[in-house]
Design a protein around this ligand. Structure first.
Ligand code: HEM
Length: 485
């Protein structure tokens, strides 16, 4: 619109009256010929898209990533190709279980989703502020999330369901310990680390691959909130974290994170004592130390929340040459789930929206679909192969082949050690933090109705560390079952 001073309909016609609807006189009913009124009411009815089924409440910011260390011996990813290279990026932080309007300062993992607009397409790291997860097979994700959301009858949060599921899924113990510890309630989005959590694959120009894990360390330092403070803030300012991020960037206090990786040679994966693709486990830093990659700085707030944050679509499937997937069963499930959610939530052409569009031109033969608002390929040929110079595949950009073996079957993981790393995490805590973890867990488990569930969960805590289990049992007025000791 050339002249922004006058109001128009969405088809550009001037609006004569935006204060009064067209009626039959001062007392008469409204006339259907008031097309401006009809359009205004109808468009308003369609303002919402479905909220994300998880991670609905979030805040986003623009920034850049700058390479500080040469890791070209591990990956040929162009955006990591030279020290000093800068790439625009967008991040969205979120809570997991709450709805779009829910409080920020609740105990919950935080989403940490980064989109790098590289010259070879978008690369998304869709991680959390925890290096691990509750489950390790995608087939359990919908059940797990149902327990975190509202009860189908009461529409209330349901501690019974939460602890029933966790106690029957002991692989969750490590993440439960992490969540109930100090880092389960960050002070702000600026004061928490981010992790890719899964294992990914890097491949260099020679075609050699390594396994990799991502760690974004906050340069602001890790700070957390005491449970009571979080509770109070949830009532007084439910948007506390959203506000903090926006205001910090608005004031020019640009938050930053230093990205590190852990690198595991492919050969090690065959013999390492931890399954490197099990997202409930960390790789101890003494085995695979952190290596610096670069720095991420957030320096620009979105201009429009809906356009840039709500419509942003991140997917672990968005990778670039030099970066690939691992056989992690959770990651594999996510490769389907995200793009599918985006087609449903935002539409088949979501990648053409400004916030999701790649920096380089997307060149393919996908055409049409709802809300195709770009030139839709114009008059260019819409099939391949063709004799008209259309875009062609580039075999040199294939992911490195991965040798696989075994029977196609619904096979469980080959280890049942749910306890060592959870126990290690508990033992790493100071006495003060242990007390807070115990008190957070006891507080969370007290409302559980079935004693059977409490006892089953106490057994898991006890197996991680006898002190851990005993103190929780005492806090709940119960005893560790004799057969567990
Ligand atoms: C959001 C599925 C595990 C981090 C989502 C969404 C879905 C989903 C459907 C909503 C996407 C959208 O509407 O745009 C799953 C499934 C999982 C899984 C099926 C397991 C099989 C994980 C794990 C992490 C994670 C392990 C972290 C390591 C996130 C984040 C978002 C998200 C950060 C929000 C992205 C944004 O800000 O738009 N997940 N998820 N998810 N998930 Fe997962």
């Amino acid at each position: 619109m050339a002249d922004k001073k006058y109001l128009t309909t969405s088809t550009g016609a001037p609006v004569a009256n935006n204060q009064n609807s067209v009626t039959a006189g001062t007392q008469g009913p409204t006339l259907i010929q008031d097309v401006h009124l009809l359009e205004k009411l109808a468009h308003f009815n369609r303002e919402r898209v479905p909220e994300r089924v998880v991670h609905a409440k979030g805040a986003g910011a623009h920034g850049y990533f700058e390479v500080t260390n040469d890791l070209t011996k591990y990956t040929k990813a162009d955006f990591l190709s030279e020290v000093g290279k800068k790439t625009d990026m967008f991040i969205r932080f979120s809570t997991v279980a709450g709805e779009l309007g829910s409080a920020d300062t609740v105990r919950d993992p935080r989403g940490f989703a980064v989109k790098f607009y590289t010259e070879e397409g978008n690369y998304d790291i869709v991680g959390n502020n925890t290096p691990i997860f509750f489950i390790r097979d995608a087939i359990k994700f919908p059940d797990f999330i149902h327990t975190q959301k509202r009860n189908p009858q009461t529409h209330l949060k349901d501690p019974n369901a939460v602890w029933d599921f966790w106690s029957l899924s002991p692989e969750s113990l490590h993440q439960v310990t992490y969540l109930m510890g100090d880092r389960g309630l960050p002070a702000t989005y600026r004061h928490m680390n981010g992790y890719g959590s899964h294992t990914f694959r890097w491949t260099n120009a020679e075609g050699e691959s390594v396994w990799v894990k991502y760690h974004f360390k906050t340069d602001q330092g890790v700070k957390n909130l005491a449970q009571e403070v979080g509770n109070k803030l949830a009532g007084e300012n439910p948007d506390y974290h959203t506000e903090d991020l926006f205001n910090a960037i608005d004031k020019g206090e640009f938050p930053s994170w230093t990205l590190h990786v852990q690198i595991m040679p492919e050969e090690d994966a065959k013999t390492y004592n931890i399954n490197p693709f099990d997202v409930t486990k960390v790789w101890p830093h003494k085995d695979y130390p952190l290596i610096e990659v670069g720095r991420m700085v957030l320096n620009r707030n979105p201009q429009n929340y809906f356009a840039e944050v709500e419509q942003a679509t991140f997917s672990p499937g968005n990778v670039v040459p030099g970066i690939g997937f691992s056989p992690d069963k959770m990651l594999q499930g996510r490769l389907f789930a995200y793009a599918d959610a985006h087609r449903y939530r935002v539409g088949a052409n979501h990648n053409a929206l400004p916030i999701n569009r790649s920096k380089n031109e997307a060149n393919n033969y996908q055409r049409d679909g709802q809300m195709r608002f770009d030139s839709n390929g114009g008059g260019s040929v819409n099939y391949e192969p063709n004799s008209y110079g259309g875009p062609k595949q580039t075999p040199e950009n294939a992911q490195a082949p991965l040798a696989v073996h075994g029977f196609a079957d619904a096979v469980p993981y080959d280890d049942e050690d749910y306890y060592s790393q959870a126990g290690d995490l508990f033992r790493l805590m100071s006495e003060e933090e242990r007390s807070r973890v115990i008190s957070n867990i006891v507080g969370a488990m007290e409302p559980v109705e079935k004693e059977e569930i409490k006892l089953r969960q106490i057994e898991h805590f006890y197996k991680a560390d006898p002190e851990y289990g005993t103190r929780i049992a005492e806090g709940l007025g119960l005893s560790v079952p004799a057969e567990v000791k």
